[in-house]
Design a protein around this ligand. Structure first.
Ligand SMILES: COC(=O)c1ccnc(N)c1
Length: 228
């Protein structure tokens, strides 16, 4: 998979050289390109924004630099991801789908957003997904992009050492994950649930599923399958 990020804060993504994705990049599983949108401006001040038509507070990102940046980056198989509070809620299922794609381009908007014609222009030739991390506003798309790259990147085949570890996580089976424990078996007078020490794999699996249901009922009843 190749990921390209278009942003006015390229240094923000230095952290992607470390962590899991750093190793995936070393192994050539994921290629990453971070591009400074200002490299696609031609004025002395490298201007990327201007006042909104129709008035109102704040500034809007100019279409010209975005157009040139997209022209230099898009391929026919690209999926453009626009982090936006006005987008479709991001889910584990979406992360799983996007992890199968060959090329993702993240467009990090700032200010009051990107001139709408840029999104419409891209949508004429490639798939565009406006995606929200939740019902709140950030100052720019960079933090959301980082979160999505981590959620997607870890699902790209070959990135995580033991794919088994991906199957029992929150939201993988639609439910929240069960509680986890490790040594010591008693800590500050709190003991590990005895079933986990029983060696009875079926009893452990049943207990874990029941814990998923209980936690999902309590915290996220909206995720419960009908009848549970
Ligand atoms: C500028 O981007 C945002 O404010 C944003 C992006 C993705 N999800 C959100 N909830 C906000």
């Amino acid at each position: 998979m190749r990921i390209d990020i278009l942003t006015i804060f390229p240094d923000f993504f230095g952290v992607l050289d470390i962590s899991l994705l750093g190793k995936a990049r070393e192994r050539g599983i994921i290629e990453l390109g971070v591009h400074d949108l200002r490299d696609y401006t031609h004025d002395r001040h490298r201007t990327v924004d201007d006042t909104p038509y129709g008035g109102g507070a704040g500034m809007v990102m100019r279409p010209e630099p975005w157009g040139e940046a997209l022209d230099a980056t898009l391929t026919p198989e690209t999926v453009v991801i626009v982090p936006s509070p006005a987008g479709v809620p991001f889910t584990q299922a979406a992360a799983r789908e996007l992890a199968q794609e060959k090329h993702l381009v993240f467009t990090c908007g700032r200010y009051e957003g990107i001139d709408q014609r840029v999104i419409d222009y891209a949508a004429d030739t490639v798939r565009v997904r406006e995606i929200s991390l939740g019902d709140y506003v950030l100052n720019g798309g960079e933090v959301a992009t980082m979160a999505m790259i981590e959620a997607i990147g870890r699902l790209v085949p070959g990135v995580v050492g033991n794919p088994e570890s991906l199957t029992e996580e929150s939201h993988e089976n639609g439910l929240l994950e069960y509680p986890s424990y490790t040594k010591p078996s008693t800590w500050r007078e709190r003991s590990v649930p005895p079933v986990l020490l029983s060696g009875n794999h079926k009893a452990i699996a049943d207990w874990r599923y029941e814990q998923q249901l209980e936690r999902t009922r309590r915290v996220r009843p909206d995720l419960l399958p009908d009848g549970e």
